[in-house]
Design a protein. Structure first.
Length: 210
């Protein structure tokens, strides 16, 4: 199986990507350990986080976690992230150079789009998973509407994802969900509330496995 397919298959087991942004690097390892304790297997480190590339590099020895890069805005970002060991690449936008570069290297690339035209464009470029962003404001019905004419394309709603709406997004046809600061929560990290982070991780995975 190709490397990109292995990452996609791993995501298919939990249906949740945890997005880390704004967490104090002092607490990073404890946050990651708590997410893993809660069952998270795919972790996105956003490149606009402090020491993002170093964090990606530091997690390479783990066998219980697949770490990727987020907020990848251009080809230079993609190259730096992959050089640091990122196993997948997510972006809030669709950049054909980034998609092509990742596809050529068999790195799972998840470009961010919003419209049906962008979804199909990303799919035709070779993206196996496509991020719908921002998803919270439009809701799960939009995912269902997109998949009417574009059935068979794997979608990842991100932005405004909660434990409560996760099952609805999944029933609407989402392949998985991307969850940000509610899960990898900077305030909980400062409070050293690792049990709550683990509890939320378990709750999201349970909600996604409908």
């Amino acid at each position: 199986m190709r490397e990109s397919d292995l990452v996609l298959s791993a995501l298919g087991e939990t249906r949740v990507i945890s997005i880390i942004r704004g967490v104090d690097p002092v607490y990073m390892n404890q946050v990651i350990d708590s997410l893993v304790d809660g069952g998270i297997r795919l972790l996105e480190i956003t490149l606009n986080s402090e020491n993002a590339l170093s964090i990606i590099e530091e997690q390479q020895e783990r066998t219980d976690l697949i770490v990727g890069a987020g907020t990848v805005l251009n080809l230079a970002d993609a190259k730096a992230a992959i050089d640091a060991g990122a196993a997948f690449v997510l972006a809030p936008t669709l950049d054909s150079e980034v998609v092509s570069y990742c596809v050529e290297r068999d790195i799972l690339v998840v470009p961010g789009v919003f419209t049906p035209t962008e979804v199909l464009s990303a799919h035709n470029l070779g993206a196996k998973l496509i991020k719908i962003f921002p998803a919270g404001g439009i809701g799960p019905q939009y995912i269902k509407d997109l998949l009417g004419p574009l059935n068979g394309i794997s979608l990842l709603p991100v932005g405004g994802i909660t434990i409560e709406n996760t099952p609805i997004f999944m029933k609407a046809g989402a392949f998985a969900v991307g969850v940000g600061s509610y899960l990898a929560n900077p305030a909980l990290a400062k409070e050293h509330n690792w049990q709550e982070i683990a509890r939320r991780a378990k709750a999201f995975i349970s909600a996604a496995r409908i």
